[in-house]
Design a protein around this ligand. Structure first.
Ligand SMILES: Cc1ncc(COP(=O)(O)O)c(C=O)c1O
Length: 363
């Protein structure tokens, strides 16, 4: 089927670009001796998790218990839940997952870790734990230094769990500009001191898990890190382009929409916040929701649920009703969560249709 036969709005994945992104990252990780444990929050599709594993990923990362259940279908043997798991229902389900794959959870308190240990003990399974460190994002994680040491000292005493190392997410570093590189310098020192402090006190982490897509190609410059968890790199998006980690030619995912209304200086496309999400750019104050391919100067500046407002610099005549418009979204991960299925394309033809099996898996 040609893409022109698809109904809109629809997420199209250019498979040549996606495969290049996957291979490039797998090769980078191999070259630098880094375990690659991609975060599947971006694609949410077990078949793509399987491709990542076939290319040498050591395991997969998820945020939610129900995402872990979905990702079992990828054949994964080693799953990291990179999010605090709190609540009996989640723990019971995760212990079931732990019968089928090794499960590790990143935790930043004993209050979170203790019930995990109790649930694992009751279920007769072992769960791995990473101590989550706040490396500057100020989201989750204990401070490096004595707080991290105290957490690790507590984790190693718990039954039915095994402390494996340290995790952090450098999401506060948005790009590799001069400012970004200065922040990376601070991060490098912070991680070295934190891991050095643990080692000095007799706790040598087997895993130091970090990494993000904006810092992907700098991962090896943080010497203590031996595992990376990039997610967005499989498709990339406008945020990744602006971060400097890829070019527009590396963006595999576009959202195809149809022009449904034309007025002087403005067109409306059939995708708004229910199609793209309302995420603004993460490292720019510019108010736009995506880049219209092939129409530089146009500005996708406003959205209602089903309406995308595009301002045109070239006046009327640039678009007609029914025209197809492909948009590189700001943040592909949240857009994937909004679509039931996505289409893999090669040379203008649809060659794959994937259900986004991990969409809406919020628990
Ligand atoms: C804990 C954690 N690890 C890894 C990732 C993947 O990072 P990126 O989207 O920059 O590839 C995320 C993304 O939000 C995350 O929250």
């Amino acid at each position: 089927m040609h893409i022109s036969e698809l109904d809109t709005p629809a997420i199209l994945i250019d498979l040549d670009i996606m495969e290049r992104n996957l291979q490039r990252t797998a090769e980078y990780a191999r070259t630098h001796g880094l375990r690659l444990r991609p975060h599947t929050k971006t694609h949410k599709i077990p078949a793509l998790g399987r491709q990542q594993l076939e290319l040498g990923a050591a395991g997969l990362s998820v945020a939610k218990t129900t995402e872990a259940e979905v990702m079992l279908c990828s054949g994964v043997r080693d799953l990291l839940v990179a999010y605090p798991v709190v609540g009996r229902q989640k723990l019971e389900r995760l212990c079931q997952v732990a019968r089928k794959a090794d499960v590790t959870i990143a935790v930043d308190s004993l209050a979170v870790a203790r019930p995990i240990a109790e649930a694992a003990q009751a279920a007769g399974v072992e769960i791995g734990l990473l101590a989550e460190m706040d490396a500057g994002l100020h989201r989750v994680g204990v401070l490096p230094g004595n707080d991290l040491l105290t957490l690790v000292q507590g984790l190693v005493r718990l039954p039915a769990v095994r402390w494996k190392g340290v995790a952090f997410y450098p999401g506060h570093i948005k790009d590799t500009s001069e400012t970004g590189l200065a922040e990376l310098d601070v991060l490098r020192r912070l991680v070295a001191e934190a891991i050095g402090h643990l080692r000095k006190n007799g706790f040598a982490p087997e895993i130091v898990s970090g990494g993000s897509t904006p810092l992907l190609w700098e991962s090896h410059t943080v010497p203590e890190v031996n595992e990376i968890r990039p997610g967005t790199y499989i498709f990339n998006d406008r945020n990744t382009v602006l971060s400097g980690a890829c070019t527009r030619e590396d963006c595999a995912a576009t959202i195809m929409t149809t022009v449904v209304s034309v007025a002087p200086g403005r067109v409306i496309i059939d995708g708004g916040s229910k199609t793209f999400s309302s995420d603004r750019l993460s490292n720019s104050t510019e108010v736009t929701f995506g880049e219209i391919e092939g129409h530089p100067g146009s500005s996708f500046h406003k959205m209602n649920e089903e309406h995308g407002f595009v301002k045109l610099p070239n006046g009327p005549g640039e678009f007609n009703i029914g025209d197809r418009v492909r948009v590189i979204p700001n943040h592909i991960c949240v857009a994937m969560n909004l679509h039931e299925q996505v289409y893999g394309i090669r040379g203008g033809r649809v060659v794959e249709t994937w259900r986004v099996e991990g969409r809406g898996k919020l628990q």
